[in-house]
Unconditional design. Structure first.
Length: 743
């Protein structure tokens, strides 16, 4: 493969070409990739090249082992899925992001073997395959690259000394009183499922696709009275014009998850930020701007978070090692720690972990159970009595197989209002928390304080899970199962009786559900209909406030195809083009979808502006012209804010040209991650740093790094931005200047 122009003079800088970027990235930024094992089972492992570019290393489930393959043993990069392991995995949908490293295993008489990997997006795929194939071909002089890598490493070490955490997370937070929770429990956040790619399957891949390196700017709208919009104000009962989160400007945001009144944000660095109501964040006060939440890993556990999910008042995080951390409100045991105590900081769920019998042997008298896949391990102590405050914190789901090989590897998580669900790498579904309406799927309505396997789905090979307020969906590659609260027919089963056990949604039987999201009383699914050879968006449940996008119909008792405008102007050519839906999200009473060309369409309740469509336009039939939507939210606030709604999907004009990369819906608010973009002049009336208002004298200046708008004195410095191929110093804001290593 032809390499690009060679780098000259490695002084951290001249000519940051693609190859250099690739080498820097795959050596300095250990990357979670989805690795398929011998049986075709996927799991996250973190990969990196050693700094001498001699070996590829990755993490192992066994923490003491760090497998590696020498570059000199590598034979070729095989694109796509052409190895036995990939064939067993049967995931053709990930074809375009897959590659195999073919190598001769010196430990096995030089027989041929492969490392089979899936990247989270094309960008990552490009970096990895380019770096590896260059090394394997060995035609490139690496000296300059090696120098650059070393310099960058040194720089990073120096930087690590400074940028530490600030806020504390301790404190007595929590303190959720049951009353409040019960009142607020109409949340229905979906931190579901489903990737943004063509198809997702086994949750692991679904999750990893959430992250997107280019997703940078965050816009929020809707209810913000607890500060859950992160825009620095609690004065926002209504906010219908999406607002830029200035506090996240220039920060590499990977994912946002909304609860009812709190929000969690994952940065590329693995840092966790939170804001909003303290009950959900566990922080010691309510924060109105993103605030760092420290994670106290037990020694030797340090790993990175790959996905977040928020319930109404709790938060869950999935790590690349397949562990789950939870924190926040725990009135119903939704944290899975075997008790009902709130957690102020992220805590690992012990029940999923291997427990090498620490003190006396509690139950581990070598009841060496058979395979976890075959034997459902749960019924040993489902803590069925809600009053039971389970004495021990290392309870029971796994106790029947408490040998060291029995650690459960979680690949996907989702939170309902007051419950939590997780899928293992073997396709088993576990649920815990509030059992109201039978939502946990255990054929009763009891709370579960520890993760408990859903027996009915034991053999089903679950790949996706999505949780609404009090209903839940689990999907296999061909079936959708529904369970829980059903008084508005939100399970799509054609009737309105709560279901205590998972039931197949008949209308969709035999078809692959690509995206599924659940609100409080409605549900939306993107399904590949094999008969039609195309994707169809189905909605079902209550359409009272238009949340199904089904016009005047009050309710859809079965999944019903939704009409929506999918012929949209191309971003560059402006030609009308048919676009695809790639992401579906539900708030409690609203729905957002994202299209392949980065537009966002919205329908449902706009009471708090959660659709990002100015309220005064909310009921008018057609889109108004795009720029008129920049009217300030204060204007909208004055209009009667009750009952604002839209009952068919409509493009959010404000986000045109911003290219959405990912969506998040809270109870009654929304956030949109957009591609790193230039903030429009019209969006800023005062400096994004010192807040001094812009005037004829105090003029606006863009920071070339983050795209934000600042006054002259907050953006007086200049620096070269090599990442953007800007070799001459350009104007940046003060915080970007520091971040870029200026002094
Ligand atoms: Zn300023
Ligand atoms: Zn900046």
């Amino acid at each position: 493969m032809a390499t690009k122009a060679r780098v000259v003079g490695g002084v951290c800088g001249h000519g940051v070409d693609m190859l250099e970027r690739a080498f820097l990235s795959v050596t300095l930024d250990p990357t979670p990739l989805l690795k398929f094992g011998r049986g075709g089972k996927p799991g996250f492992r973190t990969f990196a090249l050693t700094a001498d570019l001699m070996h590829l290393r990755w993490t192992s489930k066994n923490k003491n082992k760090s497998p590696k393959v020498s570059i000199k043993d590598m034979q070729e990069i095989r694109y796509g899925q052409r190895t036995d392991k990939f064939k067993k995995a049967n995931r053709p949908d990930l074809q375009h992001l897959s590659f195999s490293i073919i190598y001769l295993d010196p430990l096995n008489n030089g027989s041929s073997d492969s490392v089979d990997l899936v990247c989270k997006d094309e960008h990552e795929f490009e970096l990895w395959t380019r770096a590896l194939s260059t090394l394997i071909e060995g035609k490139t002089d690496l000296t300059a690259y090696l120098l650059t890598i070393q310099k960058s490493m040194l720089q990073r070490q120096q930087q690590d000394g400074t940028g530490g955490a600030t806020a504390t997370g301790g404190g007595g937070g929590g303190g959720a009183d049951g009353m409040y929770l019960t009142n607020g429990a109409a949340a229905g956040t979906t931190a579901g499922v489903g990737g943004k790619r063509k198809k997702t399957g086994r949750g692991g891949s679904a999750q990893i696709f959430k992250t997107h390196v280019e997703a940078k700017d965050v816009y929020s709208c809707g209810w913000g009275e607890w500060g859950q919009n992160g825009v620095g104000s609690t004065d926002l009962e209504v906010c219908s014009t999406p607002k830029l989160l200035e506090a996240l400007l220039g920060k590499p945001v990977v994912q946002i998850a909304h609860g009812w009144s709190h929000t969690a944000v994952l940065l590329e660095s693995g840092e966790l930020l939170q804001y909003g109501n303290r009950i959900g964040t566990g922080l010691n006060e309510d924060y109105i701007i993103p605030t760092i939440t420290p994670i106290h890993w037990p020694m030797a556990e340090k790993t990175s978070i790959v996905h977040l999910a928020c319930g109404a008042f709790h938060t869950a995080a999935l790590t690349e090692r397949g562990q789950v951390l939870t924190w926040g409100c725990n009135v119903h045991g939704q944290l899975g720690h075997g008790d009902r105590r709130d957690q102020s900081t992220p805590k690992l769920i012990e029940a999923f972990r291997q427990k090498p019998a620490p003190l006396s042997s509690t139950s581990s008298s070598s009841s060496s159970s058979t395979n976890a896949a075959a034997t459902p391990a749960s019924p040993s102590s489902p803590t069925s009595s809600p009053s039971l405050t389970s004495s021990n914190s290392a309870p029971s789901t796994t106790s029947s197989s408490a040998t060291s090989s029995s650690e459960l590897f979680i690949v996907s998580i989702a939170c309902g209002s007051s419950f939590t669900a997780a899928i293992t790498d073997e396709g088993l579904l576990y649920t815990w928390g509030c059992g109201e309406h039978g939502v946990l799927g255990h054929n009763d309505t009891h709370d579960r304080l520890v993760p408990t396997q859903v027996q009915d789905l034991a053999g089903a090979d679950i790949t996706k899970v999505a949780c609404g307020d009090c209903h839940m969906f689990a999907a296999t590659s061909r079936e959708l199962y529904a369970v829980g609260w059903n008084s508005c027919a939100q399970l799509g089963l054609g009737m309105e009786i709560d279901q205590l056990r998972p039931h197949v949604v008949e209308v969709l039987r035999g078809n692959e559900v690509k995206e599924i999201a659940a609100g409080a009383t409605h549900s939306v699914a993107l399904v590949y209909m094999s008969k039609l050879n195309s994707d169809v968006l189905y909605a079902f449940g209550s359409n009272q406030v238009g949340q199904c996008g089904a016009g005047k119909k009050a309710r859809l008792s079965r999944p019903t195809p939704v009409q929506l405008p999918l012929t949209l102007p191309d971003r560059e050519t402006r030609e009308l083009k048919r676009v695809e839906i790639v992401e579906v999200r539900c708030g409690a009473f609203h729905t957002l979808i994202r299209t392949s060309n980065g537009e966002v369409l919205a329908t449902g309740s706009n009471k708090h502006g959660q659709l990002g469509i100015p309220l005064r336009n909310a009921r008018s039939p057609r889109n108004s012209s795009s720029k008129s939507s920049t009217t300030s939210s204060s204007a909208s606030t004055s209009s009667s804010s009750t009952a604002a709604m839209i009952d068919e999907f409509r493009v959010i004009d404000f986000l045109k040209d911003k290219c959405a990369r990912s969506l998040a819906c809270g109870g009654e608010n929304s956030s949109i991650l957009t591609t790193r973009a230039w903030v429009e002049d019209s969006e800023a009336t005062d400096c994004m740093s010192c807040k001094s208002p812009f005037t004829f004298v105090n003029r606006k200046h863009h920071c070339r790094n983050c795209g934000g708008i600042f006054c002259g004195s907050c953006s007086s410095k200049k620096i070269a931005i090599l990442r953007m191929k800007l070799k001459e110093p350009v104007r940046v804001c003060n915080s970007c200047y520091t971040m870029l290593g200026g002094r």
